[in-house]
Design a protein around this ligand. Sequence first.
Ligand code: SF4
Length: 377
Amino acid sequence: MLGLYVHIPFCSAICNYCNFNRGLFDADQKTRYVGALLTEITRKGDGSPADTIFFGGGTPSLLDPSEIGTIIDACRTSFALTADAEITLEANPETATRDRLRAFREAGVNRLSFGVQSFRDDELLRLSRLHSAARAREAFQLAREAGFDNVSLDLMMWLPQQSVEQWLSSVDALIALGPDHASLYLLEIYPNAPLRDAMARSKWSLAPDDDAAEMYLGAMARLDDAGYIQYEISNVSKRGLESRHNLKYWRDGEWLGFGCGAHSTRRGIREKNIASTEDYIAAIGAGRSVESDRRVLTAQERFEEAVFTQLRLTEGVDLAAIRERYGVDVWERYGDDLHPFVDQRMLIYDGGAIRLTRDGMLLANEVMSVFIGPPVR
Ligand code: SF4
């Protein structure tokens, strides 16, 4: 089953740490972009079965619900979308009103993912987010009232000036709301991020590395106690409510991406769309391809990606499946290098799978580096 990703590159304001493919909202450009998206979906539609749609951004909740509905309809017409398809919309709390959320639900969206980032107003201000903690709580309640029974909340940890206790207070606030899914990401501040300047100007600092580890482990322990199940390094959910779409990325699945900068991976081929919103619209208008890059992945790349992404999952890497797909006996080839991680209780090997322990997840890159090596044929 394919996953369908739809990129919506518009935001009401640009956050000072953001490195995504996005720009400021412009109503005219948005209308032209939605038209281009519909054309791309129709062009690429081949009737293949698909069971997820994910509207990511940017801020997809800035689109009108009727536009989201039209895009979902185009996906249904162009692909064999299953009746129980998971249809996720990323939303920012400040865009959530009772009427809009109801209309998104009626348009076919059945999962919301709110970018909350923090339940502390001082932290939200430092990140230049537009919403307050109270607005995030309100958005969550409005989503429930609108009939959304699958809501995810995102938080970011290791923020400027954030202590372990402050971070854990946000985690507690999230647990108190009781979302169905949560994603906890470490803030990464890219080299030219305006947040870097703000940090220098205001003398904001980051907690030491040891505290970042404590933040991660402390949050996961609280989520365990609250009944959430960790299924990926950064993601937890109530039972059966993992993100089906994101699992396609982590379980060596296939997906098609629509919109500027979107990626597709199918039949061992990786394609990337033109990143610029205007260039993407122009290419569609001129009847040209929107691909900016197309590569047949090598056997080694496919193998490495499969292992890296599956190692992120708590279920780990299914060694028989890897052997069947890539002809590699992982333990025979890499066992000597992996053994020290097993001895340090960072990795579990049970004969059928290898899995990172929670401590191992903190140093996942070290384990993954073992697999960058001799080519797989
Ligand atoms: S809302 Fe999200 S995509 Fe938009 S600027 Fe902020 S972090 Fe980036």
